[in-house]
Design a protein. Structure first.
Length: 375
């Protein structure tokens, strides 16, 4: 097995973050080689499911708001470069008790960053969006800028642009191992041995297995996505009439829905899935998965409780605090980990690509990365 030339950067994992990093680094003129164990976009990890929410009044922490604002710009730029339709504006609602983490967090981010938003009562939500049925003690934070991303198309567009800019991408080629090689890194697959000056690990649920000596506290969580047919007035669930909606229910559980983009109304829980490993995760969808989801649908979006059109298993890879992890390995500074993203990272992919590229080039960060450092 011959050793290839020494690349500037090798990337392991070419889903949302890896494809974005490959594109950004390649268009800056760096020599990039990337690997994925499947052919992305694929359904085995986290970057699939027909639709993903993008929202600006970020309840998780105000620190994310400037990042997602840049992500909006970059998604639109990618649309212009490719002629693809990737982002559909719908507006968004964060619904829960007035003192819930979701509502208070969304209001805090909106107020701190001067974002357009409204606080709606349950009656106002029902009047404006009749398919949504919050309980009387709930309120909602309305943000007009939220919308829907097409994840498979986004990943495909980023990979296409990476290739057009000169990146070498290897699909269906798992990385067996990597090792330090002087100040560089050597990457080994069954087909090749390549060397790079820096390595990016953006492998999602596979990230911890690529860093076995570090015992990283990453937790793989099984999440199930469902698409249902409306029982009546299907047009009311279309993207011009139904916003993306995220609910905090029963105090702690989060539930979300997206408008019908052509495949049915997408509904799922956000977190609360069973802990697993990437190799042992249950890929089949059970009647219990469906029944749990329908209980929430009947309570809050009853007009969506029709025929189940499809279901799919998705993987979250979580940190303990559910923030991202973007930092260099403490004992291997030529290795940068840009994963996991705790189930809410897809919308940030192009800006994380920029952040990673800046770190690789030794440029100062344009965003506060304090929440994402090694911990």
């Amino acid at each position: 097995m011959s050793i290839e030339r020494t690349h500037d950067v090798a990337i392991i994992g070419l889903g949302a973050m890896g494809s974005a990093a490959a594109f950004e680094l390649a268009r800056r003129g760096l020599d990039v080689v990337g690997f994925d164990r499947f052919t992305p976009p694929h359904t085995m990890g986290s970057s699939h499911g027909d639709s993903r929410i993008i929202r600006e009044a970020y309840f998780e922490h105000p620190l994310y708001v400037p990042m997602v604002q840049r992500a909006f710009e970059l998604w639109r730029e990618l649309e212009r470069r490719t002629g693809s339709s990737l982002l559909s504006p719908t507006g968004g609602l964060m619904i829960g008790a007035p003192d819930s983490v979701l509502v208070e967090g969304a209001r805090r981010s909106a107020q701190q960053h001067g974002l357009a938003h409204e606080l709606l009562s349950a009656a106002e939500i029902r009047a404006r969006f009749p398919v949504l049925q919050p309980e009387a003690d709930m309120v909602g934070v309305w943000e007009p800028r939220a919308g829907v991303l097409a994840p498979e198309a986004c990943v495909a567009a980023q990979l296409d642009q990476a290739r057009r800019c000169g990146a070498t991408l290897h699909f269906d080629e798992p990385v067996d191992r990597w090792q330090p090689d002087g100040g560089d890194v050597s990457v080994f697959t069954a087909l090749r041995h390549c060397r790079a000056r820096q390595l990016i690990i953006s492998a999602g649920a596979w990230a911890a297995s690529l860093l076995p000596g570090l015992r990283l506290p990453f937790r793989v969580e099984r999440q199930v996505l469902h698409w249902l047919a409306p029982t009546a007035d299907a047009a009311a669930f279309g993207p011009t009439r139904c916003p993306v909606h995220l609910w905090q229910i029963d105090g702690t559980r989060f539930f979300y829905g997206l408008p019908d983009m052509g495949a049915g109304v997408k509904l799922a829980f956000h977190h609360g899935g069973e802990t697993s490993t990437v190799d042992a995760v249950r890929r089949e969808v059970t009647s219990r998965d469906v029944d749990e989801l329908r209980a929430a649908v009947r309570r809050f979006v009853p007009a969506a409780d029709g025929h189940r059109l499809a279901s799919s298993v998705c993987l979250y890879t979580n940190t303990a605090d559910e923030h991202f992890w973007i930092d260099r390995c403490p004992d291997q500074p030529q290795v940068l980990v840009a994963s996991p993203c705790s189930g809410h990272g897809f919308k940030f992919a192009p800006v994380i690509g920029e952040i990673v590229a800046d770190l690789v080039q030794g440029k100062p960060a344009h965003f506060d990365l304090g929440l994402f450092r090694w911990r």
